[in-house]
Unconditional design. Structure first.
Length: 501
């Protein structure tokens, strides 16, 4: 006749089944004390009778030789833990968990492992399999810990001796209901604990990383973390992500998203092979910090036979103030230098580097597309089917109304057919390449609109104080003033005007 207060933790009691024993487990905290028999919770104890005592438990006890129900066996019955089962097998930990006695497994789901897949792959690449094994051991607690017995701030030893698991318990209540939210080192427990013959399982929604294991930040991670999403997308499209994540060291001259946006009209027409060439032109073998760069240095890139040139502007001094030095790679300015990663360094630049092997089209349409004040003109050229005309060899001179000019004259374009629209737009185009200095007062220009001409009017300006001060020259096409002149293109020139002709 054994009352509960006579039981001791770890005590083995012989049963009436020959050769069989059951093991007592006792857990307690400041508020309560719990008894377990082979993991089954005693829910009512010390029901005394004339010929003995009864302890009511919440599970049927099965002899170990009749059933195998270890932690490993139970995991195999749950598809949600298949990744964990596979990792235990891969890293030869299955048997260790199977034969371990009185342990608690904190079991991440398949989704939890998927979230850290890239991190685990990187750890394997950086340090063999040792860190993965230690992460798995960190999920095996060296004692049975039931949810009801956990207290906030508790530290629990694991099979990874360097790091303990930290317990966080949040008590919540609503009217008469009270519940607890439990997490192990940031991994939140869900559902009820699962009983096994050699311990229990707590299911969690994330993988625990021991504090002593440092996750290396690769170039790909640093790029993701510095707002370089367009560059990251290019890297992924070129199948270079694994290279800059696991290889190296490399130096990456990384254009900002804004830099890619500036040449979007150009890059949208490139093949994937050409984009990959541009990307490789931004990558240099070896980790080169800014202090190692020298003015005039020519550096080979990962794109064969295409090098980049370093230019350093040392700045200037005025009295007691000096401006800092500025580094340029070709024509691109380094705006943030020396962002270090585990396998290299990143320097952010303000323009995309284009290798000499790739010719940049710079037609009238391209130049207009890059000007934020000419977006309506470009759209109308496309609608009228004239964009291809202004992409050919030309040369042409285009008098380009601003967006504001089109908006002010929008009634004229309402209900026009494409042919009528094309007639108006052709009146803004002249054959030949005429810069502002080539134009003369009262000059009559034949436009591409049949039988239609425009007249150049030039106000030379006025000088005062014996020529010390002069008002600027004003150029008009009919009555439209040229507000920006000489935007040169490969097949002509653009003059921006303030009214539609």
């Amino acid at each position: 006749k054994t009352l509960s207060n006579n039981l001791s933790d770890g005590q083995e009691i012989t049963t009436l089944r020959s050769g069989s024993t059951v093991k007592v487990g006792i857990t307690q905290n400041f508020f309560s004390k719990h008894y377990h028999i082979n993991g089954a919770l005693v829910i009512y104890d010390n029901l005394e009778a004339s010929n003995g005592v009864i302890h009511v438990i919440d599970e049927v006890l099965l002899p170990e030789d009749l059933v195998s129900n270890t932690i490993v066996d139970i995991l195999g019955d749950y598809p949600a833990f298949s990744t964990l089962v596979g990792l235990l097998e891969t890293f030869n930990l299955t048997e260790a968990v199977r034969v371990a006695d009185d342990v608690t497994l904190v079991a991440p789901t398949n989704d939890a492992f998927e979230e850290v897949e890239s991190i685990l792959a990187r750890l394997v690449g950086v340090n063999g399999t040792a860190k993965i094994i230690n992460i798995l051991k960190y999920h095996v607690l060296t004692s049975i810990v039931y949810s009801d017995d956990l207290v906030d701030g508790q530290q629990i030893e694991t099979l990874f001796p360097t790091d303990d698991v930290n317990v966080v318990v949040n008590e919540n209540s609503w009217f008469l209901w009270t519940w607890r939210k439990i997490s192990f080192s940031g991994a939140t427990v869900f559902g009820t604990e699962i009983q096994a013959t050699n311990g229990i399982i707590h299911a969690v929604r994330s993988v625990m990383i021991p504090p002593s294991i440092v996750i290396p930040s690769t170039l790909a991670d640093v790029a993701n973390g510095n707002g370089l999403s367009t560059l990251v997308q290019w890297v992924q499209d070129a199948d270079l992500e694994e290279t800059i994540r696991d290889s190296g060291p490399f130096t990456v001259f990384a254009p900002t998203n804004a830099a890619f946006k500036e040449i979007e009209s150009f890059t949208s027409n490139l093949s994937q092979e050409q984009k990959t060439q541009i990307l490789k032109y931004h990558i240099v073998s070896g980790a080169v910090v800014s202090t190692s760069l020298s003015d005039g240095a020519v550096v080979e890139t990962l794109l064969p036979q295409n090098s980049i040139t370093v230019h350093i502007d040392e700045g200037t001094c005025f009295f007691w103030w000096c401006s800092g030095s500025t580094i340029f790679i070709n024509e691109s300015e380094v705006i943030i230098a020396d962002v270090e990663a585990s396998n290299g360094v990143i320097h952010l630049i303000d323009k995309v580097l284009i290798p000499p092997s790739i010719e940049i089209p710079n037609t009238i349409v391209d130049v207009a597309s890059e000007n934020e004040n000419l977006s309506q003109l470009v759209s109308l050229l496309v609608v009228a089917g004239l964009d291809d005309v202004l992409r050919d060899n030309g040369p042409y001179t285009v008098f380009a109304p601003t967006d504001a000019a089109f908006t002010a004259d929008s009634d004229r374009f309402t209900g026009l057919s494409n042919d009528e629209l094309a007639t108006i737009l052709r009146k803004h185009v002249v054959s030949g390449k005429s810069f502002e200095d080539d134009l003369s007062d009262n000059q009559i220009l034949q436009t591409l609109s049949q039988g239609s001409t425009v007249t150049v009017n030039i106000n030379q300006g006025t000088c005062y104080f014996f020529g010390w001060f002069c008002t600027p020259q004003e150029t008009f096409i009919d009555t439209s003033e040229v507000i920006t002149a000489d935007l040169e293109a490969s097949n002509g020139v653009i003059h921006v005007i303030d009214k539609v002709l």
